[in-house]
Design a protein around this ligand. Structure first.
Ligand code: SIN
Length: 329
Protein backbone atom coordinates (compact mmCIF):
# COMPACT_ATOMS: atom_id res chain seq x y z
CA UNK A 1 0.00 0.00 0.00
CA UNK A 2 2.77 2.35 1.02
CA UNK A 3 4.68 1.44 -2.17
CA UNK A 4 1.59 2.13 -4.27
CA UNK A 5 1.17 5.58 -2.63
CA UNK A 6 4.82 6.38 -3.20
CA UNK A 7 4.44 5.41 -6.87
CA UNK A 8 1.47 7.76 -7.32
CA UNK A 9 3.33 10.57 -5.54
CA UNK A 10 6.42 10.20 -7.72
CA UNK A 11 4.28 10.13 -10.88
CA UNK A 12 2.60 13.39 -9.74
CA UNK A 13 6.00 14.93 -8.98
CA UNK A 14 7.19 14.04 -12.50
CA UNK A 15 4.11 15.65 -14.05
CA UNK A 16 4.57 18.75 -11.89
CA UNK A 17 8.21 19.11 -12.94
CA UNK A 18 7.48 18.45 -16.60
CA UNK A 19 4.56 20.89 -16.87
CA UNK A 20 6.49 24.19 -16.77
CA UNK A 21 9.01 22.87 -19.30
CA UNK A 22 6.17 21.99 -21.64
CA UNK A 23 4.43 25.34 -21.11
CA UNK A 24 7.66 27.25 -21.91
CA UNK A 25 8.55 25.26 -24.99
CA UNK A 26 9.61 27.76 -27.68
CA UNK A 27 7.68 28.08 -30.91
CA UNK A 28 9.80 26.52 -33.65
CA UNK A 29 9.97 28.12 -37.09
CA UNK A 30 11.54 25.78 -39.63
CA UNK A 31 12.82 27.82 -42.58
CA UNK A 32 13.60 25.68 -45.60
CA UNK A 33 15.40 26.85 -48.75
CA UNK A 34 17.35 25.39 -51.65
CA UNK A 35 20.36 27.67 -52.09
CA UNK A 36 23.75 27.85 -50.39
CA UNK A 37 24.30 29.94 -47.25
CA UNK A 38 26.58 32.43 -49.04
CA UNK A 39 23.70 33.77 -51.17
CA UNK A 40 21.15 36.57 -50.69
CA UNK A 41 18.51 34.08 -49.51
CA UNK A 42 20.94 32.11 -47.35
CA UNK A 43 22.15 35.26 -45.62
CA UNK A 44 18.64 36.62 -45.22
CA UNK A 45 17.47 33.40 -43.54
CA UNK A 46 20.46 33.35 -41.18
CA UNK A 47 19.95 37.02 -40.27
CA UNK A 48 16.26 36.35 -39.64
CA UNK A 49 17.20 33.53 -37.25
CA UNK A 50 19.71 35.74 -35.41
CA UNK A 51 17.28 38.66 -35.01
CA UNK A 52 14.32 36.55 -33.91
CA UNK A 53 16.32 34.51 -31.43
CA UNK A 54 17.87 37.66 -29.96
CA UNK A 55 14.55 39.47 -29.63
CA UNK A 56 12.39 36.52 -28.67
CA UNK A 57 14.93 34.50 -26.73
CA UNK A 58 13.37 31.37 -25.25
CA UNK A 59 10.06 32.09 -26.98
CA UNK A 60 10.85 31.42 -30.63
CA UNK A 61 13.51 29.22 -32.19
CA UNK A 62 14.31 29.42 -35.91
CA UNK A 63 15.82 26.37 -37.61
CA UNK A 64 17.24 27.14 -41.06
CA UNK A 65 17.67 24.29 -43.54
CA UNK A 66 19.70 25.44 -46.62
CA UNK A 67 20.57 23.61 -49.88
CA UNK A 68 17.33 21.54 -50.11
CA UNK A 69 18.30 19.68 -46.90
CA UNK A 70 14.71 19.57 -45.69
CA UNK A 71 12.57 20.12 -48.78
CA UNK A 72 13.10 20.97 -52.44
CA UNK A 73 10.90 23.68 -53.93
CA UNK A 74 8.51 21.14 -55.45
CA UNK A 75 7.42 19.84 -52.03
CA UNK A 76 7.96 22.77 -49.70
CA UNK A 77 4.60 24.54 -50.09
CA UNK A 78 2.63 21.35 -49.63
CA UNK A 79 4.75 20.60 -46.55
CA UNK A 80 3.99 24.10 -45.27
CA UNK A 81 0.25 23.52 -45.56
CA UNK A 82 0.71 20.29 -43.61
CA UNK A 83 2.63 22.13 -40.87
CA UNK A 84 5.95 20.35 -41.53
CA UNK A 85 7.75 23.62 -42.28
CA UNK A 86 6.76 27.18 -41.34
CA UNK A 87 8.67 29.45 -43.72
CA UNK A 88 10.27 29.28 -47.16
CA UNK A 89 11.18 31.66 -49.94
CA UNK A 90 10.75 29.90 -53.27
CA UNK A 91 11.58 31.70 -56.47
CA UNK A 92 8.58 33.56 -57.92
CA UNK A 93 8.75 31.08 -60.82
CA UNK A 94 7.71 28.19 -58.59
CA UNK A 95 4.17 29.15 -57.52
CA UNK A 96 2.33 28.07 -60.66
CA UNK A 97 0.32 25.37 -58.85
CA UNK A 98 -1.00 28.00 -56.41
CA UNK A 99 -1.54 31.08 -58.59
CA UNK A 100 -1.18 32.07 -62.23
CA UNK A 101 -0.61 35.77 -61.51
CA UNK A 102 2.96 35.43 -60.26
CA UNK A 103 3.91 34.15 -63.72
CA UNK A 104 4.20 37.87 -64.42
CA UNK A 105 7.73 37.91 -63.04
CA UNK A 106 8.89 35.30 -65.58
CA UNK A 107 7.95 37.31 -68.68
CA UNK A 108 11.21 37.81 -70.61
CA UNK A 109 12.55 41.38 -70.85
CA UNK A 110 9.71 42.79 -68.71
CA UNK A 111 12.01 44.66 -66.30
CA UNK A 112 15.04 46.53 -67.51
CA UNK A 113 16.91 46.21 -64.20
CA UNK A 114 16.53 45.42 -60.49
CA UNK A 115 15.57 48.99 -59.64
CA UNK A 116 12.50 48.59 -61.85
CA UNK A 117 11.71 45.22 -60.24
CA UNK A 118 11.95 46.84 -56.82
CA UNK A 119 9.74 49.80 -57.81
CA UNK A 120 7.07 47.41 -59.03
CA UNK A 121 7.24 45.12 -56.00
CA UNK A 122 6.84 48.09 -53.65
CA UNK A 123 3.95 49.58 -55.68
CA UNK A 124 0.29 48.95 -54.77
CA UNK A 125 -0.01 46.30 -57.54
CA UNK A 126 3.16 44.57 -56.40
CA UNK A 127 2.09 44.55 -52.75
CA UNK A 128 -1.32 43.18 -53.70
CA UNK A 129 0.38 40.17 -55.28
CA UNK A 130 1.59 39.16 -51.82
CA UNK A 131 -2.05 38.15 -51.21
CA UNK A 132 -2.34 36.11 -54.39
CA UNK A 133 -1.82 32.81 -52.52
CA UNK A 134 -4.37 33.56 -49.84
CA UNK A 135 -7.15 31.31 -51.18
CA UNK A 136 -4.66 28.42 -51.03
CA UNK A 137 -3.87 29.01 -47.36
CA UNK A 138 -0.53 30.79 -47.84
CA UNK A 139 0.57 34.33 -47.00
CA UNK A 140 3.27 36.30 -48.81
CA UNK A 141 5.29 38.13 -46.15
CA UNK A 142 7.59 40.01 -48.51
CA UNK A 143 9.75 39.92 -51.63
CA UNK A 144 13.45 39.19 -51.63
CA UNK A 145 15.82 39.95 -54.50
CA UNK A 146 18.35 37.68 -56.08
CA UNK A 147 18.94 39.37 -59.41
CA UNK A 148 18.75 39.39 -63.19
CA UNK A 149 19.22 36.05 -64.96
CA UNK A 150 21.99 35.15 -67.38
CA UNK A 151 22.13 32.18 -69.76
CA UNK A 152 24.99 29.71 -69.41
CA UNK A 153 25.67 27.12 -72.11
CA UNK A 154 28.10 24.65 -73.60
CA UNK A 155 28.50 26.92 -76.65
CA UNK A 156 28.65 30.64 -77.35
CA UNK A 157 25.17 32.19 -77.50
CA UNK A 158 25.10 35.56 -79.21
CA UNK A 159 21.84 35.46 -81.12
CA UNK A 160 18.66 33.38 -80.56
CA UNK A 161 19.54 31.06 -83.48
CA UNK A 162 22.58 29.88 -81.46
CA UNK A 163 20.23 28.35 -78.87
CA UNK A 164 18.29 26.39 -81.46
CA UNK A 165 18.02 22.68 -80.57
CA UNK A 166 19.83 23.05 -77.21
CA UNK A 167 18.41 21.64 -73.95
CA UNK A 168 18.03 24.14 -71.11
CA UNK A 169 17.11 23.41 -67.53
CA UNK A 170 14.36 25.73 -66.30
CA UNK A 171 12.45 26.21 -63.05
CA UNK A 172 8.91 24.79 -62.96
CA UNK A 173 7.36 27.62 -64.98
CA UNK A 174 5.31 27.43 -68.18
CA UNK A 175 6.38 30.97 -69.08
CA UNK A 176 10.04 29.97 -68.90
CA UNK A 177 9.25 26.91 -71.04
CA UNK A 178 7.59 29.15 -73.64
CA UNK A 179 10.54 31.56 -73.49
CA UNK A 180 13.03 28.86 -74.52
CA UNK A 181 10.63 27.34 -77.05
CA UNK A 182 10.39 30.80 -78.63
CA UNK A 183 14.08 30.51 -79.62
CA UNK A 184 13.76 26.90 -80.81
CA UNK A 185 15.37 25.39 -77.70
CA UNK A 186 14.11 22.50 -75.55
CA UNK A 187 13.26 23.47 -71.93
CA UNK A 188 13.41 20.88 -69.14
CA UNK A 189 11.83 21.53 -65.73
CA UNK A 190 14.24 20.18 -63.14
CA UNK A 191 14.89 20.83 -59.42
CA UNK A 192 17.68 23.23 -58.53
CA UNK A 193 19.52 20.50 -56.63
CA UNK A 194 20.00 18.51 -59.86
CA UNK A 195 21.30 21.30 -62.11
CA UNK A 196 25.04 20.90 -61.45
CA UNK A 197 25.01 17.16 -62.22
CA UNK A 198 22.85 17.63 -65.30
CA UNK A 199 25.36 20.18 -66.61
CA UNK A 200 28.41 18.17 -65.59
CA UNK A 201 27.18 15.00 -67.26
CA UNK A 202 26.09 17.02 -70.32
CA UNK A 203 22.54 15.70 -70.00
CA UNK A 204 21.59 19.32 -70.70
CA UNK A 205 23.37 22.06 -72.64
CA UNK A 206 22.60 25.05 -70.49
CA UNK A 207 20.52 26.83 -67.89
CA UNK A 208 19.47 30.33 -66.85
CA UNK A 209 20.26 31.81 -63.46
CA UNK A 210 21.64 34.74 -61.49
CA UNK A 211 25.34 35.44 -60.99
CA UNK A 212 24.94 34.47 -57.35
CA UNK A 213 23.43 31.04 -58.09
CA UNK A 214 25.83 30.36 -60.97
CA UNK A 215 28.75 31.10 -58.67
CA UNK A 216 27.57 29.54 -55.39
CA UNK A 217 26.45 26.30 -57.04
CA UNK A 218 29.58 26.18 -59.24
CA UNK A 219 27.67 26.03 -62.53
CA UNK A 220 30.43 28.17 -64.06
CA UNK A 221 32.88 25.30 -63.52
CA UNK A 222 30.91 23.09 -65.89
CA UNK A 223 29.64 25.69 -68.38
CA UNK A 224 32.27 27.27 -70.64
CA UNK A 225 30.11 30.28 -71.67
CA UNK A 226 27.73 32.65 -69.93
CA UNK A 227 25.79 35.15 -72.01
CA UNK A 228 25.10 38.32 -70.05
CA UNK A 229 21.52 38.60 -71.21
CA UNK A 230 19.74 40.13 -68.18
CA UNK A 231 16.62 38.76 -69.87
CA UNK A 232 14.59 38.07 -66.74
CA UNK A 233 14.46 38.33 -62.98
CA UNK A 234 14.92 35.70 -60.28
CA UNK A 235 13.37 36.96 -57.07
CA UNK A 236 11.62 35.29 -54.16
CA UNK A 237 8.48 35.53 -52.10
CA UNK A 238 8.89 34.72 -48.42
CA UNK A 239 5.82 32.71 -47.50
CA UNK A 240 4.19 31.09 -44.51
CA UNK A 241 0.91 29.29 -43.94
CA UNK A 242 -2.09 31.32 -42.81
CA UNK A 243 -2.76 28.75 -40.13
CA UNK A 244 0.72 29.07 -38.59
CA UNK A 245 0.84 32.87 -38.93
CA UNK A 246 -2.52 33.42 -37.26
CA UNK A 247 -1.62 30.94 -34.49
CA UNK A 248 1.23 33.23 -33.33
CA UNK A 249 0.41 35.55 -30.43
CA UNK A 250 0.10 39.07 -31.84
CA UNK A 251 3.12 40.52 -30.02
CA UNK A 252 5.31 37.67 -31.24
CA UNK A 253 3.98 37.94 -34.80
CA UNK A 254 4.88 41.64 -34.83
CA UNK A 255 8.48 40.98 -33.78
CA UNK A 256 8.82 38.10 -36.26
CA UNK A 257 7.56 40.34 -39.09
CA UNK A 258 9.82 43.27 -38.16
CA UNK A 259 12.80 40.91 -37.97
CA UNK A 260 11.92 39.45 -41.35
CA UNK A 261 11.69 42.92 -42.92
CA UNK A 262 15.13 43.75 -41.56
CA UNK A 263 16.55 40.42 -42.75
CA UNK A 264 15.08 41.03 -46.21
CA UNK A 265 16.72 44.47 -46.33
CA UNK A 266 20.05 42.80 -45.62
CA UNK A 267 19.34 40.06 -48.22
CA UNK A 268 18.60 42.71 -50.85
CA UNK A 269 21.86 44.47 -50.08
CA UNK A 270 23.73 41.16 -50.41
CA UNK A 271 21.91 40.52 -53.70
CA UNK A 272 23.07 43.86 -55.15
CA UNK A 273 26.65 43.23 -54.05
CA UNK A 274 26.76 39.64 -55.28
CA UNK A 275 25.43 40.53 -58.72
CA UNK A 276 28.72 42.38 -59.14
CA UNK A 277 31.18 40.41 -56.99
CA UNK A 278 30.09 36.88 -57.99
CA UNK A 279 30.21 37.83 -61.66
CA UNK A 280 33.73 39.14 -61.10
CA UNK A 281 34.78 35.93 -59.31
CA UNK A 282 33.53 33.92 -62.28
CA UNK A 283 35.47 36.13 -64.71
CA UNK A 284 38.59 35.87 -62.53
CA UNK A 285 38.31 32.07 -62.34
CA UNK A 286 38.88 31.82 -66.09
CA UNK A 287 36.59 28.74 -66.09
CA UNK A 288 33.79 30.41 -68.02
CA UNK A 289 33.84 33.15 -70.62
CA UNK A 290 31.30 35.94 -70.19
CA UNK A 291 29.71 36.84 -73.53
CA UNK A 292 28.58 40.46 -73.89
CA UNK A 293 25.82 41.20 -76.38
CA UNK A 294 25.80 44.15 -78.76
CA UNK A 295 22.59 46.20 -78.81
CA UNK A 296 21.64 44.62 -82.15
CA UNK A 297 22.17 41.09 -80.79
CA UNK A 298 20.15 41.84 -77.67
CA UNK A 299 17.31 43.22 -79.79
CA UNK A 300 17.14 39.87 -81.56
CA UNK A 301 16.58 38.09 -78.23
CA UNK A 302 13.92 40.62 -77.23
CA UNK A 303 12.09 40.21 -80.52
CA UNK A 304 12.23 36.42 -80.38
CA UNK A 305 11.05 36.13 -76.77
CA UNK A 306 8.59 38.99 -76.34
CA UNK A 307 5.64 37.23 -78.07
CA UNK A 308 5.51 35.10 -74.88
CA UNK A 309 3.82 38.07 -73.14
CA UNK A 310 0.77 37.75 -75.40
CA UNK A 311 0.66 34.00 -74.85
CA UNK A 312 0.21 34.48 -71.08
CA UNK A 313 -1.74 37.74 -71.07
CA UNK A 314 -5.07 36.05 -70.26
CA UNK A 315 -3.61 34.15 -67.31
CA UNK A 316 -1.69 37.09 -65.83
CA UNK A 317 -3.83 40.07 -66.79
CA UNK A 318 -2.93 42.87 -69.19
CA UNK A 319 -3.32 45.57 -66.55
CA UNK A 320 -0.79 43.89 -64.31
CA UNK A 321 1.69 43.44 -67.16
CA UNK A 322 1.30 47.13 -68.04
CA UNK A 323 1.80 48.16 -64.40
CA UNK A 324 4.99 46.10 -64.18
CA UNK A 325 6.27 47.39 -67.51
CA UNK A 326 5.60 50.98 -66.45
CA UNK A 327 7.95 50.56 -63.49
CA UNK A 328 10.81 50.80 -66.03
CA UNK A 329 10.14 54.51 -66.47
C1 SIN B 1 16.69 29.64 -55.93
O1 SIN B 1 17.40 30.63 -56.16
O2 SIN B 1 16.02 29.52 -54.93
C2 SIN B 1 16.69 28.51 -56.92
C3 SIN B 1 16.64 28.98 -58.31
C4 SIN B 1 16.51 27.85 -59.30
O3 SIN B 1 15.77 26.87 -59.08
O4 SIN B 1 17.15 27.97 -60.36
Amino acid sequence: MLLKKLGVLSALACLFLAAPAFANKPIVIKFSHVVAENTPKGQMANKFKALVEERLAGKVEVKVYPSSQLFGDKKVLQAMLLGDVQMAAPSLSKFKKYTKTLQLFDLPFLFKDMAAVDRFQQSASGQELLNSLSSKGLIGLGYLHNGMKQISASKILKVPADAHGLKFRIMSSDVLAAQFQAVGAAPLKKPFSEVFTLLQTKAIDGQENTWSNIYSKKFFEVQPYITESDHGVLDYMVVTSKQFWMSLPEDIRTVVKTSLDEAIALGNKVANEKAVSDKQKIVDSGRSEVITLTDAERTQWVEAMKPVWKQFEDQIGKELIDAAYNSNK
